[in-house]
Design a protein around this ligand. Structure first.
Ligand SMILES: C[S@@+](CC[C@H](N)C(=O)[O-])C[C@H]1O[C@@H](n2cnc3c(N)ncnc32)[C@H](O)[C@@H]1O
Length: 285
């Protein structure tokens, strides 16, 4: 059958056994737990990739991922389809305002040798990283404008490549305060907007699977920002990940997660931030 004819052919529904197999693989490798309600998301994302590689059998494609010597290369492409990458600039204004206040209040200790070290966990295409970098640049005093670094990490390599470019359409910028839009972006010849170098040079991106946080250095980050990632994991795993994040926070550091992403969670080394519309914690000194 011609490629065009093949792509038009509908793939069959996944049966229960296939669903369990794929669900388990995804959870073991990424932590993401697909509920029954999200089965259609798993199926349509798989179908999309299977069409591209001309495979019409879930079992065969599974075998290819798990047992083929090139399976890891295919997996890297597939995982990009199986993760939800929705994001936007200044997504949670209350959380970013609090981060701004925190930076201002603690800036005395940040220097070129000991820069403010911010980590965006599950950063998607970079909007969160650049928002944090713009905030740091705005809030730090003139002589400290360069004393910060924001690192964005994600499991998906394609999304990190996009983040690294720092190029966004005008439509993507609408959620940003005007001050940031005007100050930190430059329109290019393609009518896209480039993040200016003052911001970009203080950011970096790396592939880190949140299930392998033991590979990340401990006690170094002043701010860890982890929003809209834990919601895809089971409760016990969220707890485990958060414990790892706490170990990676410097004494006095700030941990910010999404509202309602971890209800009733406490950690002996953390003090919850009260009275704000956010879920945040400060690590005890
Ligand atoms: C919905 S986006 C959230 C983006 C951003 N944090 C925000 O709030 O706008 C979730 C991101 O988490 C990433 N992700 C999912 N599982 C991951 C894992 N095991 N390790 C690292 N990143 C992961 C996805 O690739 C995706 O880019």
């Amino acid at each position: 059958m011609s490629q065009t004819g093949w792509t038009l052919k509908a793939l069959p529904e996944m049966n229960e056994q296939q669903f369990s197999l794929w669900r388990e693989l995804l959870e073991t490798r990424t932590g993401i737990y697909v509920t029954e309600q999200r089965k259609s998301f798993l199926q349509s994302s798989l179908m999309q990739r299977m069409r591209e590689v001309s495979c019409d059998n879930y079992q065969e494609y599974y075998e290819r991922i798990v047992h083929d010597p090139m399976g890891n290369i295919e997996w890297a492409k597939l995982v990009d389809r199986l993760t939800v990458q929705e994001t936007r600039f200044y997504r949670d204004p209350a959380a970013f305002e609090y981060v701004g206040k925190y930076i201002q209040a603690h800036q005395a200790k940040f220097t070129k040798k000991n820069p403010l070290d911010i980590w965006s966990v599950g950063c998607s295409s970079g909007e969160e990283v650049y928002t944090l970098a713009m905030l740091a640049h705005e809030k730090l005093a003139d002589e400290k404008k360069d004393c910060f670094i924001v690192t964005g990490t994600d499991i998906s390599v394609p999304v990190l490549n996009k983040a690294r470019q720092g190029v966004f359409s005008q439509r993507r910028l609408v959620t940003l305060p005007e001050l940031y839009r005007n100050q930190y972006f430059k329109q290019n010849d393609d009518e896209q907007f480039n993040v200016v170098s003052d911001i970009k040079k203080n950011t970096c991106f790396a592939q880190v699977n949140i299930l392998q946080l033991d590979k990340v250095a401990k006690s170094t980050r002043h701010i860890i920002y982890c929003q809209n990632v834990l919601i895809y994991f089971r409760h016990w795993r969220r707890q485990e990940i958060l414990n790892h994040l706490v170990d990676r926070l410097a004494p006095g550091g700030l941990l910010l997660i999404g509202m309602g992403e971890m209800l009733d969670w406490q950690h002996p080394d953390l003090t919850p931030v009260k009275g704000e519309q956010i879920t945040a914690f400060i690590k005890r000194v």
